[in-house]
Design a binder for this molecule. Sequence first.
Ligand SMILES: [Zn+2]
Length: 96
Amino acid sequence: MPLRLGDDVDDFCPKCKRLTNHSIVSMVEEKPAKVRCRTCYHEQMFRDGVPPPSKKDLKKAELFNEVLGSATAGQPAAAAEESPKKSKKPAPQPEH
Ligand SMILES: [Zn+2]
């Protein structure tokens, strides 16, 4: 059954800091665009129940990307391409 304006959906409320009932207040192409928390009446963009990343998580992701960037920068990309060619046997020559 398609969702309609005013229907209830579960979504993560940043004010309540948990999954709560939300009423759909705005829709885009049969999907909730904006919802209002039924507990605290806070309106927000519908995020399908996904909690926003905390500041701690953002910092962690930043650090992770830094480490990832420095790790890949020093390695030659060609190293991984060498081995498959060597293990390949030459094709058998056709006889007359
Ligand atoms: Zn709320």
